[in-house]
Design a protein around this ligand. Structure first.
Ligand code: AGV
Ligand code: CA
Length: 317
């Protein structure tokens, strides 16, 4: 069968929550994407768990040639421990528990080194997809500024511009989104490096909740093993704290979809900035005429997105 040539090189940096892995699954399904490496940031996860899940998924997809890097920086504002522990469940799901990986973290390269090497040796400029904090990428840039010219764009699930944030914690006023709050200093540095950044913030992810209706549709396709696994992953998110209503969103999954269905998104060119300290730490905001240039996704064609997702998860690869 004719297959689209793999054309677009991508590096993914994720932080090991359930939707980060759903994003990895989605990325592996994209035939036009050449995934150069996967870096793990120990933010919304514990590193050992996230490394294990990452390796299990690459093994299941027969893509263990994709190199994994691990971050050693632990951020400024830690994620709650119960959120970090939660995705450990994924490793025990029936479809994954039998995949024996047992990775030793000390055998893996540091994220910065992985990012630097993959960018410098790529044949063309690379898209960097961030579904967690941006610290590893920024540390890599600071260590080897030459990589700046090798980055086509950074697609980042992060920020909350014209909507409330999702950080609810001591000494904070909830104006920030978690991926930015974890390391607001790096987030501001990323903008200061003036590479093209496309934010997929809460402004647009709020439009796409993970609904029970969607999960039922997905379950109708569960004869396909990725659809089945994805349904199980999402099922683990049903008790998401802090609300009594089910409000898990397609955060990282939406950002990842941008690589396949950019036409579904409305992007705005904006000048923005980031607060690094105090009660608004991690807040991303508009700063007309004197901010950093960035693109901000403000809307998405929901029907196109959910249909794309159901289609992508029901293919075999
Ligand atoms: O702010 C959204 C980011 C996404 O990268 N993460 C989860 C997604 O992976 C942090 C987050 C916000 N609310 C959460 C989060 C919750 N209730 N549980 C776990 N993580
Ligand atoms: Ca994430």
């Amino acid at each position: 069968m004719f297959k689209k040539i793999r054309t677009r090189p991508v590096i993914m940096d994720h932080d090991g929550s359930a939707d980060d892995f759903l994003s990895l699954i989605l990325l592996l399904s994209m035939e036009h994407i050449d995934l150069l490496g996967v870096s793990i940031t120990p933010a919304d996860c514990y590193l050992e768990n996230a490394l294990e899940t990452t390796l299990k998924l690459l093994t299941k997809a027969k893509r263990t040639n994709i190199e994994i890097g691990i971050g050693h920086f632990h951020g400024i504002n830690a994620f709650p421990a119960d959120w970090r522990a939660k995705p450990k469940i994924l490793n025990a799901l029936p479809d994954l528990i039998g995949i024996d990986t047992n990775p030793d973290p000390s055998a893996f390269r540091n994220s910065q080194e992985l990012i630097i090497e993959k960018l410098l040796t790529a044949q063309e400029t690379v898209t960097v997809l961030l579904t967690g904090p941006c610290s590893s990428l920024v540390q890599a840039i600071e260590r080897e500024p030459k990589i700046l010219n090798h980055i086509a764009e950074v697609v980042w699930m992060g920020g909350a511009f014209d909507v409330p944030g999702n950080v609810v914690t001591y000494n904070h006023n909830s104006t920030a989104e978690w991926n930015v709050f974890w390391d607001p200093i790096s987030a501001k540095s990323l903008l200061a490096h003036q590479i093209p950044v496309i934010f997929i913030p809460l402004d647009v992810t709020n439009h796409v909740p993970v609904t029970i209706d969607f999960l039922k549709k997905l379950a109708n396709q569960s004869s396909q093993s990725w659809a089945n696994l994805a349904g199980q992953f999402w099922a683990t998110t049903l008790d998401t704290i802090p609300t009594y209503e089910y409000t898990y969103f397609m955060w990282d999954v939406l950002a990842t979809s941008f690589l396949h269905i950019p036409e579904a998104f409305t992007l705005e060119e904006a000048e923005v900035d980031i607060v690094t300290q105090g009660a608004s730490a991690g807040r991303t905001y508009r700063k007309a005429n004197s901010g950093y240039h960035a693109k901000v996704a403000t809307d998405v064609n929901k029907k196109l997105f959910y249909n794309y997702l159901l289609g992508a998860l029901s293919t075999t690869y």
